[in-house]
Write a protein that binds this ligand. Structure first.
Ligand SMILES: [Zn+2]
Length: 474
C-alpha cells in the first residue's frame, strides 16, 4: 500500500509498520529484494569497535538515501573521529507536528572467525536462516529503516512531521556512543518530540506459538554491590564468635529472606494485563487480582513464588551471585566478600537501593560498596533516578495495534519493562522452507541481555506462504 494511504499508520513506525513497509504482502517484490541488498551490504561492512568502522556503513546508507532522492542537506554523516561516524537523515514532513526520531545502531559485537561456522562478515542465506554478525542485532532493523525511508521518498510520501533517522556508533561498547554524541554535539539534527528505537521489542514466540508483540517502554536498572566483611583473623584452633564468614553469611541469609516491596507503574500494569491474556485461566485470574485496587496480597505472593519473570516484573530484585572468603584451611578468615546483583524497579536510584541493602545487612561489620562498570568499588552509588516510564502515546500504540492485528490477528500488543528475560524464542522448524517460500526478516525482539529473537516472514508469493517463523540466538 502506498504510504499516502497509510498515513494513520506511520506513527507505528517502531517495528511493525516499518517492517510491513518492506515485506507486507502488497509491497512489490523489488522492495523486498532491495531490503536484502541493503541488509547484505550492512552485514558485510565490519562495524566492530576493535577494527571496524561505522563511518563506512553510515556513508553506504547515506549514498542509498541520496540515490533515492534525498537532498544532500538532509543526509549527514558525522562523528567524533574517522571510524565512529553516525548517519542522520531527515524525511521532510508538512511541519504540523514536531519530528519523530527513529534510532538504530550500526555497530556490532566482536566476532572471531574461528568461533563461526561461516564468515561472520558475509551474509549467508541457508535453510531459510540468515547467518552473519548483526543479522539480528540490529542490521536487520537498520536495513528495514533505510529501505522504508527510501520507499517513502520515492513514493513522495509527506508525513505530518519530519521523520529523522539516526543510525549510530558504539551502542554495543566503545567510547563514542553515537546517540550520546549527537545529543551533545548536534542536538539540532536529532531534536524530536519523541523517539522510537527499533532495538526494543518485537514479536515474542514460544515453541512456534506467537505470544505477543512487545514494546519495551521502560527498563529496570542494573547494579552490582560488593558486601565485605573484614576481620583481624587468627588461628583456627582458637575460634572466636567474631568471624568474617559468619557475619557475611548471616547478612546474606537476611537478604535471602527479604522481599522488596511490590510496585507497579503504567507500563508493568499494561504488561501484566497483556501477559494475563496468554496464561491459563487460573494464573490469569491471579494476575487480574494483582491488578485490582488494592492489589490482592495473596495473589502477589503466589505469583512471586511461582514465576520468576512475574516476580521480577513486580519489584526490585537483589540476589547474591558470587562469594569469596578466607585464605587458608587453618586460619580464621580475614575477608569475606559477596557480589549482590540488583535489577532496580524504575523510579529508584542505585544509591537508594544501596541504602536499603545496608538496612537489610543490619551489621556494621559488613560494608556495602557499589561496583562500577569497570569493577572499581565506591562507598556510595550514583544517586540519579531513572526517568519515569514513557507515556504510551495513542498515536504510537493505536497504529501498532492495528498493524499487529493485520499481520497476527488476535496477538496482544504488550508494553514491557525488561530486566532479564529468558530467551523466549525457541528455534522452530523453518516453516518457510517447508512451504517452499522465501523468508524475509521482519522484526527483531530483544530479550534483554540474554538474547534476541528475529521473526521472519515468508513471502506471500504462493498460497500458504504467510506464516512467520522465529529464530533465536544472540
Ligand atoms: Zn542492539
Amino acid at each position: 500500500m502506498p504510504f499516502h494511504l497509510r498515513r494513520q499508520r506511520l506513527a507505528a513506525i517502531a517495528c511493525g509498520a516499518l517492517a510491513c513497509a518492506v515485506t507486507c504482502a502488497q509491497a512489490a517484490e523489488p522492495a523486498a529484494d532491495r531490503f536484502v541488498d541493503i541488509y547484505r551490504e550492512l552485514v558485510e561492512i565490519n562495524t566492530t569497535d576493535s577494527v571496524g568502522s561505522t563511518t563506512i556503513a553510515a556513508e553506504a546508507m547515506a549514498k542509498r538515501l541520496l540515490d533515492a532522492g534525498f537532498p544532500a542537506e538532509d543526509v549527514v554523516v558525522t562523528g567524533p573521529n574517522p571510524r565512529k561516524g553516525n548517519l542522520v537523515a531527515r524525511l521532510r514532513g508538512t511541519g504540523a507536528h514536531k519530528p519523530v526520531l527513529l534510532i538504530g545502531h550500526l555497530d556490532v559485537v566482536e566476532a572471531k572467525r574461528s568461533d563461526w561456522s561461516t564468515d561472520p562478515f558475509q551474509l549467508v542465506e541457508k535453510d531459510s536462516y540468515y547467518y552473519g554478525r548483526g543479522t539480528q542485532d540490529m542490521k536487520d532493523g537498520d536495513a528495514i529503516l533505510v529501505a522504508t525511508l527510501m520507499r517513502m521518498k520515492q513514493e513522495r510520501y509527506k508525513p505530518d512531521r519530519d521523520i529523522i533517522l539516526a543510525l549510530t556508533a558504539d551502542e554495543e561498547g566503545g567510547a563514542f556512543n553515537g546517540v550520546d554524541w549527537l545529543v551533545k554535539n548536534h542536538r539540532e539534527l536529532v531534536d524530536a518530540e519523541f523517539v522510537l528505537n527499533h532495538d526494543g521489542g518485537g514479536v515474542v514466540v514460544e515453541n512456534g506459538k506467537l505470544l505477543g508483540f512487545t514494546v519495551d517502554a521502560t527498563e529496570k536498572v542494573y547494579a552490582d554491590y560488593q558486601w565485605s566483611s573484614l576481620n583481624p583473623g587468627g588461628h583456627s584452633s582458637m575460634p572466636t564468635p567474631d568471624n568474617a564468614i559468619y557475619h557475611l553469611a548471616e547478612a546474606l541469609g537476611r537478604l535471602e529472606r527479604y522481599t522488596f516491596p511490590f510496585e507497579l507503574n503504567a507500563v508493568t500494569r499494561a504488561e501484566l494485563a497483556g501477559l494475563a491474556e496468554t496464561y491459563p485461566p487460573e494464573k490469569a485470574a491471579l494476575v487480574k487480582a494483582v491488578l485490582n485496587e488494592p492489589p490482592d496480597q495473596e495473589a502477589i505472593a503466589r505469583l512471586s513464588a511461582d514465576d520468576p519473570i512475574l516476580n521480577s516484573t513486580m519489584r526490585t530484585t537483589c540476589v547474591a551471585t558470587r562469594l569469596a572468603a578466607g585464605h587458608a584451611n587453618n586460619a580464621l578468615p580475614q575477608t569475606a566478600t559477596a557480589n549482590v546483583n540488583c535489577r532496580i524497579f524504575p523510579g529508584h536510584s542505585r544509591e537508594q537501593i544501596r541504602q536499603e541493602l545496608v538496612k537489610i545487612v543490619a551489621d556494621p561489620k559488613v560494608t556495602v560498596s557499589y561496583v562500577e562498570a569497570g569493577g572499581a568499588l565506591t562507598p556510595t552509588a550514583p544517586n540519579e533516578q531513572q526517568l519515569p516510564p514513557v507515556a504510551l502515546r495513542e498515536d504510537v500504540m493505536k497504529p501498532l495495534h492495528e498493524v499487529a492485528a493485520e499481520f497476527w490477528p488476535g496477538m496482544p500488543v504488550v508494553p514491557t519493562c525488561p530486566s532479564v528475560r529468558p530467551t523466549v524464542g525457541t528455534p522452530t522448524p523453518p516453516a518457510c522452507l517447508r512451504l517452499g517460500c522465501r523468508a524475509s526478516p521482519l522484526t527483531t525482539m530483544t530479550s534483554a541481555r540474554m538474547g534476541k529473537t528475529s521473526v521472519y516472514r515468508c513471502n506471500r508469493s504462493r498460497p500458504g506462504c504467510s506464516s512467520t517463523i522465529a529464530i533465536s540466538g544472540r
